[in-house]
Design a protein around this ligand. Structure first.
Ligand SMILES: [Zn+2]
Length: 344
């Protein structure tokens, strides 16, 4: 460590990033022995202290990201504290780790995004919106993630932490991207270790950061929705303790603590907004995973109607205010038993 600016890179990565600071040197060794490399704004590579034994031992690689939506403050603060604990030796690091604070400009402005939702611009989708403030960042994060996972021969993980905008029947839940690859028990074990209450399985390709890392890098990737948040400094991080602890166990190479029950839901349909005539027949603040019985008409748009066809369907991410042509909600059904039985 050569200057106080460099010290704050590790002791307060969030403040360092918000300040737009640059370290005087690109890499160094923390007091814990962990080697750090600053790869650009909000991107920090952390590698385990090199002992003779460890140089011969392959280990796993973990990308942990937050702030892909700039106003989702709690996981950003959590990740920043984790960096400090890794640097000072309080959090053991056995994995190669890439820490990513996603949308620094939006974080500074206290908004979800500047021009476009960054988490809809991955897997090349940024090319459709080249003038967007978020497009260059999506390109950069794709390259950074690809470089991090390239040549990694052991397990590759990506935990992308978010907080939901709305209330939810399950306060903390995860989303797994769809790549066509079989579901991996290790991921389900980790989600249970993190005490997530539910997991939602996508059945179509997406343009999220985790979709990119799952499909292009072969990572075990999940998006976590960790409940509601407040401005920087006002979050009760205790509510996020289980995810924090599970992430710390993952990077330390430790076994899961006490697996908790986990409900699994699979996407069966989406509600489309075709025009400005679109009407969603549920309250705009209906909690995620609210169930509806067969026959319920949930949306209407001219001749198009969305009616529940399964015995029970639950609505997730309803949003009648999206632009026409976009998804106004996802419909999911409970597939817990079948999914868990299909693992291995
Ligand atoms: Zn988010």
């Amino acid at each position: 460590m050569t200057s106080s600016v460099d010290e704050s890179l590790l002791s307060d990565f969030l403040a360092f990033t918000l300040a737009g600071a640059r370290p005087s040197v690109a890499s160094g060794v923390a007091s814990s022995g962990v080697r750090w490399t600053w790869q650009g704004e909000g991107v920090l590579l952390l590698e385990p202290a090199q002992t003779q034994l460890q140089t011969q031992r392959q280990t796993h690689s973990v990308l942990a990201s937050a702030g892909i939506h700039g106003d989702e403050t709690a996981p950003i603060e959590m990740l920043s504290r984790l960096v400090a604990d890794i640097a000072n030796g309080n959090a053991p690091l056995a994995a190669r780790m890439l820490v990513v604070l996603g949308n620094a400009a939006a974080m500074r402005a206290g908004v979800r995004y500047i021009d476009d939702d960054l988490n809809r611009l991955f897997s090349g989708r940024h090319a459709n919106l080249p003038a967007s403030a978020e497009a260059p960042r999506a390109v950069e994060l794709e390259r950074t993630a690809a470089a991090f996972f390239e040549n990694a021969t052991h397990a590759k993980w990506h935990i992308d932490m978010h907080t939901a905008i709305r209330a939810s029947v399950f306060e903390q839940f995860a989303l797994l991207p769809h790549t066509g690859a079989p579901l991996d028990r290790a991921m389900f074990d980790w989600l249970r270790d993190a005490r997530l209450e539910a997991v939602l399985l996508h059945r179509e390709k997406g343009a999220t950061f985790t979709h990119y890392t799952a499909e292009q890098c072969g990572a075990l990737a999940c998006t976590l929705e960790l409940g509601k948040v407040r401005p920087f400094g006002e979050n009760d991080l205790a509510r996020f303790a289980a995810s924090d602890a599970a992430l710390r166990r993952l990077i330390a190479g430790e076994a899961a603590a006490q697996p908790m029950p986990l409900r699994v839901f699979t996407v069966v349909a989406q509600i489309d907004k075709l025009s400005e005539q679109f009407v969603l027949n549920v309250a705009s603040d209906v909690p995620n995973f609210t169930p509806f019985p067969a026959g319920t008409e949930l949306a209407r748009d001219g001749d198009y109607t969305y009616r529940v066809t399964h015995e029970e369907e639950r609505i997730v991410f309803p949003n009648p205010k999206v632009k026409p042509g976009l998804r106004a909600g996802l419909m999911v059904v409970d597939t817990t038993d079948a999914t868990l039985a299909s693992l291995d």
